[in-house]
Design a protein around this ligand. Sequence first.
Ligand code: PRT
Ligand code: ZN
Length: 288
Amino acid sequence: MSNDKVLRIAIQKSGRLYEDSVQLLKECGIDLRNVKDRLKTVSENFPLEVFFLRDDDIPEYVCDGVADIGIVGQNVLVEKGSAVRTVEELGFGKCRLSIGIPRNMEYNGTASLQGLRIATSYPNLVQQFLDKHSIKASIHEISGSVEIAPGIGLADVIVDLVSSGGTLFMNGLKEAETILDSQAVLIANKSLDKEQLEILDKLVFRMSAVKKAKKNKYILLNAPNDRLNDIIALLPGMRSPSVLPLAESGWSSVHCVLNENEFWERIEQLRAAGAEGILVIPIQKMIL
Ligand code: PRT
Ligand code: ZN
C-alpha cells in the first residue's frame, strides 16, 4: 500500500520525455540517484518516489492510483481519455498531431478526407476529429512507422506527431492540418489526500519557478546618468530596475529581468538609448 507521506510520480522510462522529465525534477532540487536502468527510485531530499514507465501507461496508472501524479504528452493523455487532472503545462515535448498527405495531393480542408483510409496510432483522437467535421473515413490503427503507410498502399493519408516536419518530408508527405497541439503536462489523480496535495503544491511551486526562470534573463548594463530616464523607461522589472552608481562618476549600473519574447527588441532599443556593457545572465529560479 502507498505510504501517504510520499508522492509517487510516473515518468517515461526512456524516450523523448525522459531526459527533460528527470532534468526538471533535478532543477526543482530533487535528488534522484541511480535513475538509469531502474523501475523506481526514491528521492532522498524530497518526499517523492519516481516510477519509470512506458508513456502510454502513465495516464491509466495515475487514474487508477498506482501513481499519484505523472508527466506525459497531451497527445497520449487526450487519446487515452483518462479521468485525471491536468495540473501544469511543462513547456517541453512540444509537437503537434497533424494530418500528413501525399505531397501531390490537393487538400481543400477536412472534406478532402471523405472516404479515405487514414493510418494512425491515435484512433480516438482521429475519430473525434472526423466526427466533429462530419467526415466518414476508415481508420487503420498502427503502432509505429505510420509515415510509411501511404507509400506501401496501406492508407491514403496519415495522422501522426510532427515536430520539425522532416519525417513527413522524407516519406513524400506534407502537413495538411493540425488536429492537436501538444506538450508535456503534469497530471494528478483526482482523489489525492491532504498530505499528498501539500507535497504536490510544493512540487508545482518549484516547477513554476524553474519554468518562469527559463523564460527570463537577468540583464546588467551600464548607462550614462543623463540617459538613465530613457533607459529605465524601456525596462520592465519585477518591481522596477535596480540602479547602482558606478565608480566612474556620471555612470550607473542598471539591473533588471527581461522576458525572452521581447528580449532582442529591448536590447536593440537599450543600445540605441545609450546603454553599454550589456551582460545577459541566465536565471536559475524565479520566485515571485
Ligand atoms: O516507449 P514509450 O512508449 O514510452 O515511448 P514512445 O516511443 O511511445 O514515445 P516517444 O519517446 O517517441 O515520444 C514520447 C512523447 O514525446 C510523445 O508522446 C510526444 O508527446 C512527444 N514528442 C514530441 C514526440 C515528438 N515530439 C516527435 N517528433 N513524439 C514523437 N515524435 C515522432 C513522430 O511520431 C514522428 O515519427 O518524431 C517523428 C516526427 O518528427 P519530425 O521532427 O521529423 O517532424
Ligand atoms: Zn509510447
